[in-house]
Design a protein around this ligand. Sequence first.
Ligand code: SF4
Ligand code: SF4
Length: 420
Amino acid sequence: MAKPRGRNMPQPLSTNNQPTLEDQFDGPKRRAYDEDCGFVIEENFQRFNACNDVFSRVQWDEGVRSEKGINWFKSMFTHGLGVRNTEGYRAKDFALRNAAWVGSNLLIERNLANGRHDGFLDDLTGYAPPAPVKIEIEDPAEMAAELKQVARIFGADLIGITSTDLRWHYNRRFSAKSRSEKENADCSELPNCIVIGTEMPGKVIQTFPSALAGTAAGFGYSKDGLALMSIAQFIRNMGYRAIASLNDTAQCIPYAIQAGLGEYGRHGLVITKQYGPRLRFGKIFTDMPLAHDQPVKFGVKEFCDICRRCADACPPKAIPHGEPDGALHNQSNFVGIKKWNVDGEKCFKFWANQGTECGICIRVCPYNKLPETKLGKMYFRNWKWLAGTRLRRLALWLDIKLRFGERFKPDWWWKNRPGW
Ligand code: SF4
Ligand code: SF4
């Protein structure tokens, strides 16, 4: 198996199995669909090699690997690592943050001996194979509606369905055991993709940067993993095939956009109408017949054009201030898509230095609000409407004036117990 090559090469390590843009749909149809999604795909487009993901590079790339980076991974399992006498980074904060990761860590641990890293490098190993006899599905639209109900029971907050699009699938994946690349899961005979979004706790997110706020990321993954496993098993119990995936196998962001869950934001995250960027996404590839959803637009691109709150607030300046130009910072960027690209190396270095996750860009995003009162809900509904109109500068001004996105003190969170 080929070893990953050196850094400073903004390209995937392998170029085999790369579909042309015409592989799945004819060109004009695909281009019209991409336009609806807001994707600007260029001639030099390449599928991404998961070995180039910055979290994989920490394992093999000396240019990214550091003691602090390795300790960031270890801190989830090691009492005391990262703890210091600073508000938000005390033992109690890490106790909560590390407990939140337990669900997703259990998913990883059950297959480590087999060289698998479920949910992050490998798809989620199925609990049981499909039933030998398929339950007949006469109406894919009816089945899609039923499946969304099932997904909600299992904890999904948003659900969308789209076609499998192999452009977003990694051409190779990374093996943490051998520190080399390996075959990705084959989803080419599973034509449908179910995308789920699970909400992350908003009040702790307001305390970013802190270990306390890392709870949001950990619990988001844990919740997502359980929901994906359960939905996939429901599909198998119906007699159909299902491959469930968290961060592994394919990129979640383009799939979430295709499935109509939201639009792409400057901070490189999907902004949804319901929860803004405060979600974790996962997906399930299946041959169950399902009707598809359509992409949505509610003015996010135009709003991000005039807003720089995430770029201004990002401590290592990893988020671009300019136009979406697809500029490559390093090999952890996707090649051939004209979009806002975040510098993953700078971002991860900040995480490693903090000893925990960061989500300041989520905290400050004006689409991230957690209204509880009737008045608050009404304000947010009207604010979103305003942000989607030509008066978007007024919406931005209001957001800054009303001091949304300001940090809550972690000790305040513990003392006042505002909840989720
Ligand atoms: S997570 Fe933090 S470091 Fe990374 S892009 Fe967002 S604000 Fe910047
Ligand atoms: S903070 Fe502003 S620029 Fe950044 S993603 Fe949110 S809306 Fe867009």
